[in-house]
Write a protein that binds this ligand. Structure first.
Ligand code: HEC
Length: 167
């Protein structure tokens, strides 16, 4: 008797539990889905926010080229310098190069130009297009390529000279 009485009670209790369970689970699921869905939209909003943040760097990027444009002769020369392997032979701080085969371009052209009795820019240009016209003391003739005068355009040569004489 006690069992028969308890069993229906447990059954009713169990049913109540299940009903309660589903009554909570289903809305929870729906709410969970809704939240997930909403969060999904939220993520899009966050991405949009990030895009807005990215748009701000674009403003910075737009401002940066203005700065680069102001220093653009140097920037062009730096590119030519790097593209032609000048740095493999020359140390030059603005180019970040540490080559040791040729003279240090941070200091030597300024010292050698007076020795060659030339203005600095003219000396640097001559040193690039006709390296053997003046051999930097302590360095060997015939090491610096003599082809830059023909392989580089006048604009590239000017950019190089500006870059090297800029400091
Ligand atoms: C293979 C090595 C090598 C490369 C590459 C090279 N140079 Fe030189 N450069 C030398 C040597 C060695 C000298 C010193 C001998 C001389 O005066 O010609 C020199 C001299 C110079 C000088 C004269 C420095 C002074 O004070 O007399 C300048 C300026 C110069 N190089 C610029 C450049 C530029 C710009 C490039 C790239 C377009 C370049 N060099 C590529 C080896 C090189």
């Amino acid at each position: 008797m006690a069992r028969t009485k308890r069993n229906p009670l447990i059954t009713t209790g169990e049913i109540m539990l299940w009903v309660l369970f589903f009554a909570l689970l289903v809305p929870a699921g729906v709410v969970g889905w809704a939240i997930g869905h909403y969060t999904g939209h939220n993520t899009v909003t966050v991405t949009a926010g990030a895009a807005t943040t990215t748009a701000t760097p674009t403003t910075t990027a737009a401002a940066a080229p203005t700065t680069t444009a102001a220093a653009s002769p140097t920037a062009a020369g730096k590119t030519v310098f790097a593209a032609n392997g000048c740095g493999s032979c020359h140390t030059f701080k603005p180019a970040g190069s540490t080559g040791k085969i040729g003279p240090d371009l941070d200091t030597r052209p300024a010292q050698d130009a007076p020795k060659a009795k030339m203005p600095l820019a003219a000396f640097v240009l001559e040193s690039i297009v006709k390296p053997n016209a003046y051999i930097a003391p302590g360095y060997q003739k015939g090491l610096m390529p003599t082809t830059f005068g023909t392989s580089l355009t006048k604009a590239q040569l000017d950019a190089l000279v500006t870059f090297i004489t800029a400091k």
